[in-house]
Design a protein around this ligand. Structure first.
Ligand code: 2P0
Length: 324
């Protein structure tokens, strides 16, 4: 039977991926560095069979007939396995309700493990990473646990743009607080569309690319030294550089809402009270706060007072994707 189920954790980038050097193979323009999170998981089941007449996707138990992006990715998988069968895919996010958090990383990471197992493809971890990246670049990072580096590489087909686990954080007390913000009727542009638009139209895009390699270098040093203050400071510089380039796109890409800004102000205030906490933001209004377990209560209590914060999810360090 060509069927398997796998689970993967979401990840949050401390140093972001924002723009591609190659669209066809979905290769990031810069290196990125992320933390895998144990509280946000996705479980995916895939079955290949002659009984199917099309690829189908059911997401969180809502059946969807077609997903062109998924079919393109399934074609890559089928070609590797010499398979001609359509697939039925079912993916469930175990995220707290209506969090509005992106899930393509954990979805394509879990699908990579499930699909390669279902089709008995004996891929190396590097080949799995290459496959996951072609579904969603951040998915390559979700295949692995702890702190993960996804290099841009130089190979024209991205064979060296494969994720590497750089630290399992087993001796480091770090946590990520995800601050979910109600964005009302504001329609966010998907991260894929937004990064492509930014690369094409933002006069600050090249500046963004130029800042990343030193951010990665400093972040790696801070990790080796277990220096949360330095890591958090670089993480903040990096997210503001990404969002600055996005704001300068024409027309602008802006995700922050008044509640987002209120959270940023609160984190600044908390730091003045010697509470180690640092923010990062992705393609949405939510804020993610890097901190240590001893500060979680203080940070959460401050966040609960902010209008527009609808949910607070505190996560530890997640492990690699695996078959269920
Ligand atoms: C990141 N993001 O590094 C950045 C920061 C969003 C903002 O990786 O086009 O869904 O599928 O490769 O992986 C989200 O981008 O984009 C992302 P595709 P993906 O986490």
């Amino acid at each position: 039977m060509f069927k398997a189920t796998a689970q993967a954790c979401a990840n949050i980038a401390l140093i972001k991926y924002w723009g591609k050097r190659n669209q066809a193979f979905n290769i990031p323009a810069t290196d990125s560095l992320s933390l895998t999170l144990d509280k946000l998981t996705t479980t995916s089941t895939i079955e290949f069979s002659d009984k199917f007449t099309a690829d189908t996707l059911s997401l969180n138990d809502t059946p969807l007939i077609k997903d062109a992006r998924l079919t393109m990715w399934l074609d890559i998988v089928r070609k590797k396995a010499d398979c001609t069968q359509y697939a039925s895919v079912s993916s469930t996010n175990h995220f707290p309700t209506a969090s509005g958090l992106a899930s393509s990383a954990s979805a394509y990471a879990s699908l990579t493990v499930a699909a390669t197992h279902a089709l008995k493809l004996n891929l190396s971890i590097q080949e799995q990473s290459d496959l996951a990246r072609q579904g969603s670049a951040s998915a390559a990072r979700s295949l692995l646990g702890g702190l993960v580096l996804l290099p841009s590489g130089t190979d024209p087909q991205g064979k060296d743009s494969v994720a590497v686990a750089i630290d399992d954080c087993s001796d480091w007390d770090i946590a990520m607080i995800i601050v979910v913000i109600n964005h009302g009727k504001m329609k966010s542009m998907s991260s894929r569309d937004a990064m492509n638009h930014c690369a094409k139209t933002s006069p600050l895009y090249q500046c963004w690319l130029d800042t990343t390699s030193s951010d990665i270098k400093q972040a790696k040093q801070a990790i080796a030294q277990r220096n949360l203050n330095t890591l958090g400071t670089i993480m903040e510089h990096n997210t503001f550089a990404m969002h600055g380039a996005a704001w300068a796109s024409r027309p602008p890409v802006r995700y922050a809402t008044p509640a987002t800004i209120a959270v940023l102000d609160s984190v600044n205030e908390l730091r003045k009270q010697n509470i180690d906490c640092y923010i990062t933001m992705d393609a949405g209004p939510h804020v993610k706060i890097l901190t240590t377990h001893k500060h979680i209560d203080a940070v959460e209590n401050r966040l609960k007072t902010i209008t527009g914060v609808t949910e607070i999810i505190t996560s530890g360090v997640g492990k690699h994707a695996a078959l269920v």
